[in-house]
Design a binder for this molecule. Structure first.
Ligand SMILES: Cc1ncc(COP(=O)(O)O)c(C=O)c1O
Length: 411
């Protein structure tokens, strides 16, 4: 089936939850139970054993931290879109990344690989989680072409974002996977690659098809798409998914079923939203490029780099709807520009139907040391714009006026 059909139809299997003769609901049901009654002790023990083993479901859900049917519907829909065996959903993107780090650095009870190879830039929260070593991990930061030489005997994971937040840098996933595989044959075990694909969504990129072991999303962004549900999800193989469910069960970062319902609903319009927002972003990126008040524009569709242009065809199915641009004049001009906007919402987050703007150095990447930030290409005058579904000319009028006003107020 084609992407649009999968987006609308997948993860709806009410016959499983309600029985084939039960009057099948038109939309997935929201199951808010925190616990599930049972009649037979032997049968509930079997369900408990299956869930403890990391099975995707069991005849009795037992307890909401172990399994929830509404969340399971979202998970199977997202797995279908990512061409993955399974996906495991969490309370937020950061909860998903936390579980992923725990699982990859401790793939079973006997092995520990606490070292992670990270490619900067990435979302400030993820950068901070890795840099702080909060989970007992260590990190080596490197560039995409030097991943192989950074992999050590104790490396459990290579983690990258494609495209990267906030610079929109495109990374050759297949190239990174090839380096990890080569290092893996040296070490006699696989070194998995995780790709945070939040900016691309499964509409524009499927990391598992490029050899990655994990595709990660902050579902809070495009997957939900309306800014009203927080969540995170990891799409992967059956065996990794089992381990992720076990970690989720122990650490408790579960997705709430109301959010699971909203995220599942969001998937149905994901292809339409992503493509419509992308069309507007392409126009805005072009116009910003020609604007005298803008130093540079970061957008995959505008990249002059031959390698990136190739990735736009071989890895991505479009440039997406997030872009970044430098306004010059440091943090003060960045603040003047965004404070002069009247329509576009000044806020962190992205991928919503409404257009959002923020300065990464001020907010999303504030937690990253300023020297590391500058080295990763995130100067104080960089603004990140997530283009929504408003009329493109209204958005442009707002941006153009704000860029002009910011100049006047400086004069
Ligand atoms: C690329 C990326 N990954 C992960 C996260 C974290 O997701 P959440 O805010 O849902 O925890 C974010 C948040 O902005 C992000 O932009």
């Amino acid at each position: 089936m084609r992407l649009e059909t999968v987006a609308v139809r997948s993860g709806r299997n009410p016959a499983v939850a309600y029985g084939v003769d039960a009057g099948i609901p038109h939309v997935p049901s929201i199951d808010l139970s925190t616990t599930y009654g049972f009649r037979n002790s032997a049968a509930i023990a079997d369900s408990m054993d299956a869930l403890l083993e990391g099975e995707a479901d069991a005849p009795n859900s037992v307890y909401a931290r172990l399994h929830n049917p509404t969340v399971a519907g979202f998970e199977s829909a997202l797995a279908a879109l990512e061409h993955a065996d399974a996906s495991v959903a969490f309370a937020s993107g950061m909860a998903a990344i936390t579980a992923l780090l725990m699982v990859a650095t401790s793939p079973n009870d006997d092995e520990r690989y606490p070292h992670v190879v990270g490619v900067r830039p990435m979302y400030g929260g993820t950068d901070h989680l890795l840099s702080s070593g909060l989970l007992g991990t260590t990190v080596s930061w490197t560039t995409p072409d030097r991943v192989g030489e950074s992999i050590r005997a104790d490396t459990g994971l290579v983690f990258l974002e494609a495209p990267a937040n906030p610079t929109l840098t495109m990374i050759d996933i297949r190239g990174v996977v090839a380096q990890a595989n080569e290092a893996g044959s040296r070490l006699g075990r696989a070194v998995p690659v995780a790709v945070d694909s939040t900016f691309a969504t499964p509409v524009l990129q499927t990391p598992l098809a490029c050899g990655a072991a994990f595709a990660v999303h902050s579902a809070t962004k495009f997957l939900g798409g309306h800014g009203d549900a927080m969540g995170g999800v990891v799409a992967t193989s059956d065996s990794w998914a089992r381990r992720l469910r076990q970690v989720r069960m122990i650490t408790g970062g579960v997705l709430h079923p109301l959010a699971g319902y909203l995220l599942h609903r969001g998937l149905q319009t994901l292809p339409l939203r992503v493509r419509a927002q992308q069309t507007s972003a392409e126009t805005i990126a072009e116009r910003l490029k020609g604007h005298s008040g803008v130093l540079s524009v970061h957008y995959p569709g505008l990249s002059g780099d031959a390698r990136e242009r190739r990735l736009l065809v071989t890895q991505q199915r479009g440039p997406g709807s997030v872009l970044a641009f430098r306004v010059g004049g440091g943090a003060s001009r960045a603040a003047r520009v965004i404070e002069s906007l009247q329509l576009i919402t000044r806020a962190v987050s992205l991928g919503s139907v409404d257009t959002l703007i923020q300065a990464p150095a001020l907010l999303t990447h504030r937690v990253v040391d300023h020297r590391d930030r500058a080295e990763a290409g995130v100067p104080d005058d960089l603004l990140r714009l997530s283009v929504g579904l408003e009329a493109v000319d209204d958005l442009w009028a707002d941006l153009d006026r704000a860029l002009g006003l910011a100049d006047q107020s400086a004069a």
